[in-house]
Design a binder for this molecule. Sequence first.
Ligand code: SF4
Length: 198
Amino acid sequence: MYDLVEIFESLQGEGRNTGRPCVFVRFAGCNLACPWCDTETKRKFSVGLEELAAEISTFRAKSVVLTGGEPTIAREMPELIARLKSLGYWIAVETNGLVAAQWLQFVDYVAVSPKMEFAGRYDPQTMLRSADEVRIVASGEDAAGFCREMKRLISAADYYVSPCDRGGEIDFATAKSVLSELDGWSLSVQLHKILGFR
Ligand code: SF4
């Protein structure tokens, strides 16, 4: 069974796949507790594999984003990935990168968003060391150092800094300041919040 918060269709709002129509599957539960987190992570319902695959199939998009919460702590993910692949889906995962789940190698796209508030919990031996994109929320001026450290530890094609959203106040100034200290990083905004879509 999968413990979920919600399933909905929308456009990807951030990172390299911005604008891509996707079915978002939000898993319940997280292994971090970011002070500015505005994501609902409490379980709303549970579904079995076939029920989940059938629900995803009711939407038009042929891309799926497995997000959270934190999808790498969910059970039975290899089975879900295999089922979605058999149905022809392009699969992306959004993770905080604390856990290098083996099954991530079977998805099409991994976006990792390490959290600087928990820098001490990112153990090079157990964390995710490779992804398609890295997105770090600039939740403090000292984020630049954390970004450099994560770039050293995680190989990826793209590295992004995102402004921190504290209860609807989007802090572009800190993101800009952090970016000015970095090489090879770009800005990723949460377009869905700015344009008002989900
Ligand atoms: S990792 Fe993501 S879902 Fe978990 S507490 Fe932090 S912002 Fe919220």
